[in-house]
Design a protein. Structure first.
Lengths: 560, 285
């Protein structure tokens, strides 16, 4: 038996916006489930509006006072049509038909989903599904809305949608919000932050106070938002510089106030020196339909021209539904183009003679949330699944498993006999990655490798990938996380509406801040800072070519 | 295997909005009418009558403006089961007495008038069932269906039939069909990326097939259980405590045409069951 929460004292006032931060396993989700009597404490009491959550007579009162939205957009929608799902709560409350209709209309209106009311949920984006889930709660007219990691599985647009909605509900409808998350960025506008670790509340206070307690945060393996980190880095060399900055605007204002040297001359953007001729994977005018030959046929991708050269880290940017996953699944012949062709190591994937399984060994593809495809009881066996399929000898399989586990930082002797499903989310992700690495592919293609991981898990995984790439291997990384790609990629493709929108070095791509924003993609925070400074005339336009944290700190320290 | 696109072949549970007269029927009328037709198919012993029922079903498909090839696609998905039934019947039904004329005999195995009759009859019935169920899901949204089932069962609530719970189970099951199909597709692709030989040449050997399916089935079930657990939390959080005291957002209304359709299906059933249909080709009942 494990004690998940230890002596937690917490009071939430009406109208407050509270963010509870913590890593996986910190007890924050357990805490959340106590707020509406989904869980009842083994010690102590939880009071909602004066009702004790142990009191089963008030269960319905408590559940209609405290609404809760969960992490997975897919697993909390009950009905097969949006409006009926929103009606599920009011139906349970036994409200009269007219009242239900009125509440459903109102709730869909508030979350701006009225035009989708007849849609089946599987035809909504992640952000839209979460908005439906929120509407389902609002229709019960709760005073409090608990968002239990409701943004963790969303892309930046979806996350933005949900966060804006939460703040609007808090401001305009007076709904008290308790948001649970692992991302500090989401806590910037909160009234209060509560940081959990080991089942206890470790820190509590307003964002400005919390984010500047660098040492306390470090001890908890947490990082303040990038803007605050930039400010703190400035403060290290210039004690007059304020460290407690939360937003881009505050940072720019402070930098302006401390600016003391004229604009320097900066080098031009690095040009991409990759040519399709030496490509190991080449897409030539590729197009593909989804549900071809059915009434629901749609074009998933069209006129895609791309290439991957040996030894590079290639970033592929695009949000959910842009077609990026479809594109990369062509790289190992999992799917074949309906139009154009894909050449992998010179072989046409549509050619009957091409051995798809041989190509899949050379191009390792890691899916989104790959830990969901683990199936063996023991870690070692799961990693060995690939090499065994190759028909290698016992010794060779063992050697490959050992090497692959070393790359992802899981000790062979320590982990090979561990139960796969007892590992943490971050560890399981690394086991899944090792399962592909054990095929010893020449190219590694990763679809959203860090999605759903907490910041610590993210950092570890990226570090492992970089060390793998040091060995001269080729890496293709598909992501909507601009800040990650800004630090890592040599070259980028921007995918939108099923085709390639732009190609170039990160310097060239990120400099087009406005164009990215039109596609609903944000430039990395560092680039946004540089762009703002260039707009203010403090830096030359070439400053937008700077997109790595360390480079930005180096440049700015010289300026103030 | 064409590129792991599972959802493309799942026609059961896929609504095709053509806006036809069949689509606009009250779901209760559709379910009742389909029930009568299924009873007719199940209980008429005549092959001729079964051919006529097939014609009726194709007529409904025509009225619903559903193209024949979509019907056929759902049928192809069920083909392995059909072949399995066909083969077992072919092997063992020769022993059923009275056998009638014996066409062929090799030791213990025989082909008889009776066995041919059984094979053809059950083949026709199965195809009709698949077509009819596909037609229902193609012309009625899943919500219409669940509400239809719930309304039809409501009078039996007093007898202890959990009408609401059954409808909810149906709704949740249908709700997760596309989700799980997508999930299965992802798992298949992911395991293929790890060198698994899915749908490969040696799949006809049961031991190998079972081994090859394990990496698909285990994650699918684990993920389905996790989804179920999360769904339970989500439903509880929305105050779900079972059917008692619930009210309804959707209210169904039926028109004259709906009653006419139910009556027509009932008449068809009576005709199929009561008319002494003549045997065809001389060898069948």
């Amino acid at each position: 038996m494990v004690q998940a929460l230890k002596g937690v004292d917490l009071t939430v006032e009406p109208g407050e916006y509270v963010v509870i931060l913590g890593h996986n396993g910190s007890g924050k989700s357990t805490l959340a489930k106590h707020l509406n009597a989904l869980l009842v404490p083994t010690e102590g009491d939880v009071w909602v509006n004066g009702w004790n959550t142990r009191d089963r007579d008030h269960l319905q009162d408590i559940r209609s006072t405290v609404g809760m939205v969960f992490q997975s957009p897919d697993n909390q929608i009950v009905a097969t049509v949006v409006e009926e799902d929103v009606a599920f709560g009011p139906e349970n409350m036994g409200l009269p038909h007219e009242e239900i209709v009125q509440r459903v209309n109102w709730a869909l209106d508030v979350v701006e989903m009225s035009e989708f009311r007849y849609r089946p949920p599987h035809r909504l984006s992640g952000g839209q599904k979460q908005r439906v889930a929120i509407a389902g709660m609002l229709a019960m007219r709760p005073q409090v809305l608990v968002l239990d990691e409701s943004t963790a599985m969303l892309d930046p647009i979806g996350r933005q949608e949900v966060l804006e909605l939460a703040h609007r509900l808090n401001r305009e409808e007076g709904v008290t919000i308790v948001a649970i998350t692992h991302f500090m960025e989401e806590a910037v506008e909160a009234d209060r932050i509560v940081i959990m670790a080991d089942g206890r509340i470790q820190l509590e206070g307003i964002p400005r106070e919390i984010f500047t307690q660098t040492e306390a945060l470090q001890a908890l393996h947490m990082e303040p938002p990038l803007v605050t980190r930039l400010a703190l880095a400035m403060r290290q060399t210039n004690p007059q510089f304020p460290g407690d900055l939360l937003t881009l605007d505050e940072l720019i204002t402070a930098l302006k106030a401390h600016w003391r040297v004229p604009a320097p001359v900066l080098p031009d953007a690095r040009k991409a020196d990759s040519s399709p001729q030496e490509a190991i994977i080449r897409y030539e005018d590729v197009g593909r339909y989804y549900m071809r030959g059915t009434p629901l046929q749609v074009k998933a991708i069209e006129h895609v021209n791309m290439h991957v050269t040996r030894g590079e880290i290639l970033g592929v940017i695009g949000h959910t539904g842009s077609g990026k996953s479809t594109i990369i699944q062509h790289a190992n012949a999992l799917i074949r183009p309906h139009e154009g062709r894909v050449l992998v190591f010179g072989e046409d994937t549509r050619d009957e003679k091409t051995n798809a399984r041989a190509l899949r060994r050379r191009v390792g593809l890691v899916f989104q949330q790959p830990e969901r495809q683990l199936f063996e009881r023991f870690v070692g066996d799961d990693v060995a699944f690939g090499p065994r399929n190759l028909g290698l000898s016992r010794e060779e399989v063992r050697e490959r498993v050992r090497r692959a586990m070393a790359v992802v930082g899981l000790g062979f002797d320590e982990f090979k006999d561990r139960m796969t499903f007892s590992l943490s989310g971050g560890e399981m992700r690394r086991v899944a990655l090792a399962g592909i690495l054990s095929l010893e592919p020449e190219v590694l293609v990763l679809d959203e490798p860090t999605a759903g991981l907490d910041p610590e898990g993210r950092a570890q995984l990226l570090e492992r990938l970089l060390s793998w790439r040091e060995q001269g291997e080729t890496l293709v990384m598909v992501s909507h996380n601009m800040d990650n790609l800004a630090e890592l990629a040599d070259r980028l493709y921007v995918i939108a509406r099923g085709t390639v929108l732009a190609e170039g070095t990160p310097e060239e791509i990120f400099a087009q801040v406005e164009r990215l924003q039109e596609e609903g993609l944000n430039a990395p925070v560092v680039t946004q800072v540089m762009q703002s400074l260039a707009n203010e005339g403090l830096l030359p336009p070439e400053a937008t070519h700077i997109h790595r944290f360390d480079e930005a700190v180096h440049l700015l320290r010289g300026m103030i | 295997m064409e590129d792991f696109e599972l959802l493309r072949n799942v026609t059961i549970g896929q609504y095709i909005p053509t806006g036809s007269i069949i689509h606009r029927l009250d779901p209760r009328a559709k379910i009742l009418a389909a029930t009568f037709l299924i009873l007719a198919i199940s209980f008429t012993p005549s092959i001729l009558a079964n051919f006529l029922m097939m014609a009726v079903i194709l007529g409904i498909a025509w009225l619903a403006r559903i193209e024949f090839r979509y019907l056929l696609r759902g049928f192809l998905l069920g083909l392995p089961i059909l072949i399995f039934i066909f083969v077992t019947q072919f092997l063992f039904m020769g022993r059923v007495e009275p056998a009638g004329h014996v066409f062929f005999q090799l030791g213990w195995f025989r082909i008889t008038q009776r066995s041919l009759y059984i094979i053809i009859l059950s083949g026709l019935r199965l195809i009709s069932f698949v077509f009819l169920t596909s037609l229902i899901t193609m012309t009625a949204t899943t919500t219409e269906l669940t509400h239809g089932v719930e309304h039809l069962l409501r009078p039996f609530r007093r007898l202890g039939v959990p009408s609401h719970e059954l409808a909810l189970i149906l709704m949740v099951a249908l709700r997760f069909v596309p989700t799980l199909a997508e999930e299965m597709e992802d798992i298949m692709k992911a395991q293929a990326s790890r060198g698994a030989d899915i749908g490969g040449r040696r799949m006809w050997r049961p031991d190998r097939a079972a081994k090859a399916y394990l990496p698909l089935i285990v994650p699918l079930f684990l993920n389905a259980f996790r989804r179920a657990e999360e769904l339970v939390y989500a439903m509880e959080a929305r105050g779900y405590v079972g059917g008692g005291g619930r009210t309804h957002f959707i209210q169904l209304k039926s028109r004259g045409l709906d009653y006419a359709v139910i009556l027509a299906a009932f008449v068809v059933m009576l005709l199929m069951l009561l008319i002494p249909w003549p045997s065809i080709f001389g060898i069948f009942f």
